[in-house]
Design a protein around this ligand. Structure first.
Ligand SMILES: Nc1ncnc2c1ncn2[C@@H]1O[C@H](COP(=O)(O)OP(=O)(O)O)[C@@H](O)[C@H]1O
Ligand SMILES: [Mg+2]
Length: 333
Protein backbone atom coordinates (compact mmCIF):
# COMPACT_ATOMS: atom_id res chain seq x y z
CA UNK A 1 0.00 0.00 0.00
CA UNK A 2 1.39 3.40 -0.97
CA UNK A 3 1.52 5.96 1.77
CA UNK A 4 0.51 8.89 -0.40
CA UNK A 5 -3.27 9.12 -0.84
CA UNK A 6 -4.58 9.36 -4.41
CA UNK A 7 -6.91 12.19 -3.52
CA UNK A 8 -6.21 14.49 -0.65
CA UNK A 9 -8.34 17.43 0.43
CA UNK A 10 -6.62 19.74 2.87
CA UNK A 11 -8.58 22.31 4.88
CA UNK A 12 -10.92 23.12 2.01
CA UNK A 13 -13.24 26.08 2.42
CA UNK A 14 -15.84 27.01 -0.19
CA UNK A 15 -17.76 30.25 0.12
CA UNK A 16 -20.73 31.93 -1.47
CA UNK A 17 -20.65 35.73 -1.37
CA UNK A 18 -23.99 37.25 -0.31
CA UNK A 19 -25.23 40.77 0.50
CA UNK A 20 -24.75 40.05 4.19
CA UNK A 21 -21.19 38.73 3.72
CA UNK A 22 -19.66 35.45 2.57
CA UNK A 23 -21.27 32.18 3.66
CA UNK A 24 -19.09 29.12 4.15
CA UNK A 25 -20.70 26.17 2.40
CA UNK A 26 -17.71 23.97 3.19
CA UNK A 27 -15.71 24.89 6.26
CA UNK A 28 -12.16 23.57 6.61
CA UNK A 29 -12.85 20.10 5.19
CA UNK A 30 -10.04 17.53 5.11
CA UNK A 31 -10.11 13.98 3.81
CA UNK A 32 -7.90 11.50 1.98
CA UNK A 33 -8.71 8.59 -0.30
CA UNK A 34 -6.08 5.92 -0.82
CA UNK A 35 -5.48 4.28 -4.19
CA UNK A 36 -7.74 1.31 -4.82
CA UNK A 37 -10.01 2.06 -1.87
CA UNK A 38 -13.51 3.40 -1.39
CA UNK A 39 -14.40 6.32 0.82
CA UNK A 40 -18.04 6.61 1.83
CA UNK A 41 -19.16 10.21 2.27
CA UNK A 42 -22.33 10.38 4.33
CA UNK A 43 -24.62 12.94 5.92
CA UNK A 44 -28.11 14.27 5.52
CA UNK A 45 -29.24 16.35 2.58
CA UNK A 46 -27.70 19.83 2.49
CA UNK A 47 -24.53 19.00 4.44
CA UNK A 48 -22.06 19.72 1.61
CA UNK A 49 -21.40 16.32 0.07
CA UNK A 50 -22.18 17.32 -3.52
CA UNK A 51 -20.34 20.65 -3.08
CA UNK A 52 -17.21 18.72 -2.13
CA UNK A 53 -17.53 16.60 -5.27
CA UNK A 54 -18.11 19.65 -7.44
CA UNK A 55 -15.13 21.44 -5.88
CA UNK A 56 -12.89 18.49 -6.81
CA UNK A 57 -14.28 18.47 -10.36
CA UNK A 58 -14.01 22.28 -10.58
CA UNK A 59 -17.70 22.41 -11.41
CA UNK A 60 -18.98 24.54 -8.52
CA UNK A 61 -22.20 26.46 -9.27
CA UNK A 62 -21.74 30.13 -10.29
CA UNK A 63 -20.66 32.36 -7.40
CA UNK A 64 -19.21 29.57 -5.24
CA UNK A 65 -15.44 29.88 -4.72
CA UNK A 66 -12.69 27.92 -3.07
CA UNK A 67 -11.30 30.49 -0.63
CA UNK A 68 -8.71 28.35 1.14
CA UNK A 69 -7.26 24.86 1.23
CA UNK A 70 -5.91 22.46 -1.36
CA UNK A 71 -7.05 19.57 -3.49
CA UNK A 72 -4.24 17.18 -4.41
CA UNK A 73 -4.66 14.48 -7.03
CA UNK A 74 -1.86 11.95 -7.04
CA UNK A 75 0.34 14.63 -5.48
CA UNK A 76 -0.56 17.32 -8.03
CA UNK A 77 -2.18 20.42 -6.57
CA UNK A 78 -5.24 20.83 -8.79
CA UNK A 79 -6.84 23.63 -6.74
CA UNK A 80 -6.09 26.20 -9.42
CA UNK A 81 -4.54 24.44 -12.41
CA UNK A 82 -5.56 25.91 -15.80
CA UNK A 83 -8.96 24.90 -17.18
CA UNK A 84 -7.34 22.94 -20.00
CA UNK A 85 -5.52 20.69 -17.51
CA UNK A 86 -8.72 20.31 -15.50
CA UNK A 87 -10.65 19.19 -18.62
CA UNK A 88 -7.92 16.65 -19.30
CA UNK A 89 -8.19 15.33 -15.75
CA UNK A 90 -11.98 15.18 -15.92
CA UNK A 91 -11.81 13.14 -19.08
CA UNK A 92 -9.03 10.74 -18.18
CA UNK A 93 -8.39 10.55 -14.46
CA UNK A 94 -11.62 11.46 -12.69
CA UNK A 95 -15.13 10.37 -13.63
CA UNK A 96 -18.19 11.64 -11.88
CA UNK A 97 -21.51 9.86 -11.71
CA UNK A 98 -24.09 12.53 -10.99
CA UNK A 99 -27.31 12.29 -9.03
CA UNK A 100 -29.14 13.53 -12.12
CA UNK A 101 -28.07 11.58 -15.23
CA UNK A 102 -29.24 14.16 -17.80
CA UNK A 103 -26.46 16.49 -16.62
CA UNK A 104 -23.78 14.29 -18.12
CA UNK A 105 -25.49 12.63 -21.06
CA UNK A 106 -25.71 14.52 -24.32
CA UNK A 107 -29.29 14.43 -25.66
CA UNK A 108 -28.29 14.65 -29.34
CA UNK A 109 -26.09 11.55 -29.53
CA UNK A 110 -27.04 7.90 -29.08
CA UNK A 111 -25.73 6.26 -25.93
CA UNK A 112 -23.61 3.94 -28.09
CA UNK A 113 -21.94 6.93 -29.73
CA UNK A 114 -21.31 8.57 -26.35
CA UNK A 115 -19.77 5.56 -24.65
CA UNK A 116 -17.75 4.60 -27.74
CA UNK A 117 -16.51 8.18 -28.14
CA UNK A 118 -15.42 8.27 -24.51
CA UNK A 119 -13.40 5.05 -24.75
CA UNK A 120 -12.02 5.99 -28.17
CA UNK A 121 -10.68 9.25 -26.79
CA UNK A 122 -9.41 7.98 -23.50
CA UNK A 123 -8.17 4.55 -24.36
CA UNK A 124 -7.33 4.99 -28.02
CA UNK A 125 -9.49 2.07 -29.18
CA UNK A 126 -10.51 1.91 -32.85
CA UNK A 127 -14.19 2.31 -33.78
CA UNK A 128 -15.04 -1.40 -33.86
CA UNK A 129 -13.37 -2.13 -30.53
CA UNK A 130 -14.89 0.96 -28.93
CA UNK A 131 -18.36 -0.17 -29.98
CA UNK A 132 -17.64 -3.64 -28.61
CA UNK A 133 -16.58 -2.07 -25.33
CA UNK A 134 -19.79 0.03 -25.24
CA UNK A 135 -21.89 -3.14 -25.64
CA UNK A 136 -19.90 -4.89 -22.89
CA UNK A 137 -20.44 -1.96 -20.52
CA UNK A 138 -24.19 -1.74 -21.22
CA UNK A 139 -24.42 -5.47 -20.54
CA UNK A 140 -22.42 -5.06 -17.35
CA UNK A 141 -24.93 -2.55 -15.98
CA UNK A 142 -27.75 -4.95 -16.93
CA UNK A 143 -29.34 -3.06 -19.79
CA UNK A 144 -31.53 -5.56 -21.61
CA UNK A 145 -30.89 -5.89 -25.35
CA UNK A 146 -27.60 -3.97 -25.12
CA UNK A 147 -26.74 -4.32 -28.86
CA UNK A 148 -30.05 -2.76 -29.91
CA UNK A 149 -30.06 -0.11 -27.17
CA UNK A 150 -26.72 1.20 -28.47
CA UNK A 151 -28.71 3.17 -31.04
CA UNK A 152 -31.15 4.73 -28.56
CA UNK A 153 -30.99 8.34 -27.38
CA UNK A 154 -30.87 9.20 -23.66
CA UNK A 155 -34.53 10.37 -23.61
CA UNK A 156 -35.63 6.95 -24.85
CA UNK A 157 -34.51 5.38 -21.57
CA UNK A 158 -36.40 5.40 -18.29
CA UNK A 159 -34.79 7.29 -15.38
CA UNK A 160 -33.27 4.15 -13.88
CA UNK A 161 -31.95 2.92 -17.23
CA UNK A 162 -30.44 6.32 -17.95
CA UNK A 163 -28.66 6.18 -14.60
CA UNK A 164 -27.19 2.83 -15.63
CA UNK A 165 -26.06 4.25 -18.98
CA UNK A 166 -24.26 7.04 -17.18
CA UNK A 167 -22.59 4.56 -14.84
CA UNK A 168 -21.54 2.47 -17.86
CA UNK A 169 -20.03 5.57 -19.46
CA UNK A 170 -18.15 6.59 -16.30
CA UNK A 171 -16.72 3.11 -15.78
CA UNK A 172 -15.89 2.49 -19.46
CA UNK A 173 -12.96 4.93 -19.39
CA UNK A 174 -11.38 3.21 -16.39
CA UNK A 175 -10.73 6.42 -14.49
CA UNK A 176 -8.32 6.46 -11.55
CA UNK A 177 -10.89 8.19 -9.37
CA UNK A 178 -14.64 7.73 -9.55
CA UNK A 179 -16.82 10.21 -7.71
CA UNK A 180 -20.29 8.70 -7.43
CA UNK A 181 -22.88 11.10 -6.03
CA UNK A 182 -25.86 9.05 -4.84
CA UNK A 183 -25.36 6.82 -7.90
CA UNK A 184 -28.01 4.25 -7.11
CA UNK A 185 -30.62 6.24 -5.20
CA UNK A 186 -33.12 5.97 -8.06
CA UNK A 187 -32.51 2.26 -8.61
CA UNK A 188 -34.04 -0.74 -6.89
CA UNK A 189 -31.93 -2.75 -4.44
CA UNK A 190 -31.16 -5.60 -6.85
CA UNK A 191 -29.77 -3.27 -9.49
CA UNK A 192 -27.98 -1.30 -6.78
CA UNK A 193 -26.24 -4.49 -5.65
CA UNK A 194 -25.25 -5.28 -9.25
CA UNK A 195 -23.81 -1.82 -9.79
CA UNK A 196 -21.85 -1.94 -6.56
CA UNK A 197 -20.48 -5.35 -7.58
CA UNK A 198 -19.44 -3.87 -10.92
CA UNK A 199 -17.69 -0.93 -9.25
CA UNK A 200 -15.84 -3.27 -6.92
CA UNK A 201 -14.80 -5.50 -9.81
CA UNK A 202 -13.45 -2.51 -11.71
CA UNK A 203 -11.66 -1.38 -8.59
CA UNK A 204 -9.96 -4.75 -8.20
CA UNK A 205 -8.94 -4.80 -11.87
CA UNK A 206 -7.69 -1.24 -12.17
CA UNK A 207 -7.01 -0.02 -8.62
CA UNK A 208 -9.33 2.93 -9.07
CA UNK A 209 -10.19 5.00 -6.00
CA UNK A 210 -13.87 5.60 -5.32
CA UNK A 211 -15.61 8.41 -3.49
CA UNK A 212 -19.10 7.11 -2.81
CA UNK A 213 -21.50 9.82 -1.70
CA UNK A 214 -24.61 8.39 -0.13
CA UNK A 215 -27.05 8.96 2.70
CA UNK A 216 -27.33 5.18 3.07
CA UNK A 217 -25.02 3.83 5.77
CA UNK A 218 -25.98 0.32 4.64
CA UNK A 219 -24.24 1.07 1.32
CA UNK A 220 -21.23 2.32 3.25
CA UNK A 221 -21.07 -0.90 5.26
CA UNK A 222 -21.12 -2.85 2.02
CA UNK A 223 -18.71 -0.77 -0.03
CA UNK A 224 -16.49 1.56 1.94
CA UNK A 225 -13.02 1.10 3.42
CA UNK A 226 -13.15 4.53 5.04
CA UNK A 227 -15.91 6.96 5.93
CA UNK A 228 -16.23 10.73 6.14
CA UNK A 229 -19.34 12.03 7.88
CA UNK A 230 -20.54 15.51 6.89
CA UNK A 231 -22.74 17.82 8.88
CA UNK A 232 -23.67 21.41 7.96
CA UNK A 233 -20.50 22.04 5.93
CA UNK A 234 -18.22 20.32 8.44
CA UNK A 235 -16.52 16.94 8.14
CA UNK A 236 -17.46 15.88 11.66
CA UNK A 237 -16.05 12.35 11.77
CA UNK A 238 -13.71 10.27 9.64
CA UNK A 239 -11.94 6.96 9.88
CA UNK A 240 -11.95 3.30 8.87
CA UNK A 241 -15.51 2.14 8.02
CA UNK A 242 -15.34 -0.96 10.21
CA UNK A 243 -14.23 1.13 13.18
CA UNK A 244 -16.82 3.88 12.71
CA UNK A 245 -19.70 1.48 12.14
CA UNK A 246 -18.75 -0.50 15.23
CA UNK A 247 -17.89 2.42 17.46
CA UNK A 248 -19.09 5.79 16.15
CA UNK A 249 -17.58 8.68 18.08
CA UNK A 250 -19.79 11.56 17.02
CA UNK A 251 -23.38 11.63 18.31
CA UNK A 252 -24.49 12.61 14.80
CA UNK A 253 -22.96 9.44 13.34
CA UNK A 254 -24.65 7.36 16.05
CA UNK A 255 -27.91 9.11 15.17
CA UNK A 256 -27.51 8.28 11.47
CA UNK A 257 -26.81 4.67 12.39
CA UNK A 258 -29.92 4.35 14.52
CA UNK A 259 -31.89 5.43 11.43
CA UNK A 260 -30.43 2.57 9.36
CA UNK A 261 -32.27 -0.70 10.09
CA UNK A 262 -29.61 -2.99 8.58
CA UNK A 263 -26.97 -1.60 10.91
CA UNK A 264 -28.72 -1.68 14.25
CA UNK A 265 -26.98 -4.34 16.21
CA UNK A 266 -29.35 -6.69 17.97
CA UNK A 267 -32.43 -5.24 16.28
CA UNK A 268 -34.93 -8.06 15.93
CA UNK A 269 -36.84 -8.58 12.71
CA UNK A 270 -40.07 -8.07 14.61
CA UNK A 271 -39.00 -4.56 15.54
CA UNK A 272 -38.85 -3.79 11.85
CA UNK A 273 -38.78 -0.20 10.69
CA UNK A 274 -41.31 0.91 13.27
CA UNK A 275 -38.70 1.24 16.00
CA UNK A 276 -36.45 3.43 13.84
CA UNK A 277 -35.46 6.64 15.53
CA UNK A 278 -35.01 9.82 13.63
CA UNK A 279 -32.60 12.54 14.67
CA UNK A 280 -34.90 15.27 15.96
CA UNK A 281 -34.67 18.65 14.25
CA UNK A 282 -33.10 19.70 10.97
CA UNK A 283 -29.76 20.61 9.40
CA UNK A 284 -29.28 24.37 10.00
CA UNK A 285 -29.63 26.62 6.97
CA UNK A 286 -26.69 28.32 5.34
CA UNK A 287 -26.07 31.67 6.98
CA UNK A 288 -27.95 30.62 10.12
CA UNK A 289 -25.31 28.43 11.70
CA UNK A 290 -25.27 28.03 15.49
CA UNK A 291 -22.35 29.70 17.27
CA UNK A 292 -20.67 26.67 18.86
CA UNK A 293 -21.05 23.12 17.62
CA UNK A 294 -23.38 23.13 14.63
CA UNK A 295 -24.94 19.86 15.74
CA UNK A 296 -25.55 21.01 19.34
CA UNK A 297 -29.20 22.06 18.82
CA UNK A 298 -30.05 18.46 17.84
CA UNK A 299 -27.60 16.66 20.10
CA UNK A 300 -28.84 14.81 23.18
CA UNK A 301 -25.40 15.09 24.78
CA UNK A 302 -24.70 18.79 24.18
CA UNK A 303 -24.16 21.15 27.11
CA UNK A 304 -23.57 24.89 27.43
CA UNK A 305 -19.90 24.54 26.47
CA UNK A 306 -20.82 22.74 23.20
CA UNK A 307 -23.30 25.47 22.35
CA UNK A 308 -20.70 28.24 22.61
CA UNK A 309 -17.42 26.64 21.48
CA UNK A 310 -16.56 25.29 18.03
CA UNK A 311 -15.29 21.72 18.48
CA UNK A 312 -11.81 20.72 17.28
CA UNK A 313 -11.07 17.67 15.18
CA UNK A 314 -9.68 15.26 17.79
CA UNK A 315 -8.00 11.90 17.36
CA UNK A 316 -10.23 9.25 18.93
CA UNK A 317 -8.52 6.11 17.54
CA UNK A 318 -6.10 4.91 14.85
CA UNK A 319 -6.84 7.05 11.74
CA UNK A 320 -10.10 8.00 13.42
CA UNK A 321 -11.06 11.60 14.22
CA UNK A 322 -14.22 13.32 15.43
CA UNK A 323 -15.24 16.97 15.88
CA UNK A 324 -16.97 16.67 19.23
CA UNK A 325 -16.19 17.93 22.73
CA UNK A 326 -17.73 14.81 24.27
CA UNK A 327 -15.64 12.52 22.06
CA UNK A 328 -12.57 14.44 23.19
CA UNK A 329 -13.48 13.94 26.85
CA UNK A 330 -13.90 10.22 26.20
CA UNK A 331 -10.65 9.94 24.24
CA UNK A 332 -8.78 11.53 27.13
CA UNK A 333 -10.55 9.49 29.83
N1 LIG B 1 -26.76 26.06 -6.66
C1 LIG B 1 -26.84 26.39 -5.35
N2 LIG B 1 -27.05 27.68 -4.96
C2 LIG B 1 -27.11 28.01 -3.65
N3 LIG B 1 -26.97 27.15 -2.64
C3 LIG B 1 -26.76 25.86 -2.95
C4 LIG B 1 -26.68 25.39 -4.31
N4 LIG B 1 -26.46 24.07 -4.30
C5 LIG B 1 -26.41 23.71 -3.00
N5 LIG B 1 -26.59 24.78 -2.19
C6 LIG B 1 -26.52 24.79 -0.70
O1 LIG B 1 -25.23 24.36 -0.33
C7 LIG B 1 -25.29 23.52 0.83
C8 LIG B 1 -24.62 22.20 0.55
O2 LIG B 1 -25.36 21.54 -0.44
P1 LIG B 1 -24.96 20.13 -1.08
O3 LIG B 1 -23.49 20.04 -1.19
O4 LIG B 1 -25.75 20.03 -2.33
O5 LIG B 1 -25.49 19.12 0.02
P2 LIG B 1 -25.60 17.52 -0.05
O6 LIG B 1 -25.05 17.05 -1.34
O7 LIG B 1 -24.86 17.03 1.15
O8 LIG B 1 -27.07 17.23 0.06
C9 LIG B 1 -26.78 23.41 1.18
O9 LIG B 1 -27.07 24.31 2.20
C10 LIG B 1 -27.48 23.78 -0.10
O10 LIG B 1 -28.74 24.35 0.18
MG1 LIG C 1 -26.03 16.05 -2.88
Amino acid sequence: MTAQPFLEIRNLTVELPTDSGPIKVLDDISLAIRRGTTMGVVGESGCGKSMTALAIMRLLPPGFKITSGQILLDGEDITDVPDARMRELRGNEISMIFQEPMTSLNPVFTVGEQIAEAVRQHQGLDTGKAEQRAIEMLKAVQIPGAEARLNSYPHEFSGGMRQRVMIAMALACQPRLIIADEPTTALDVTVQAQIFALMRELQQETGTAIMLITHDLGAVAEMADDVAVFYAGWRIESGPAAEILRRPSHPYTSGLMSCTPRLRLGASAAEGGAALREIAGMVPQLGKMPVGCRFAPRCTRADGYCRTNVPKDVIVGPQHTAMCWKAEEEALA
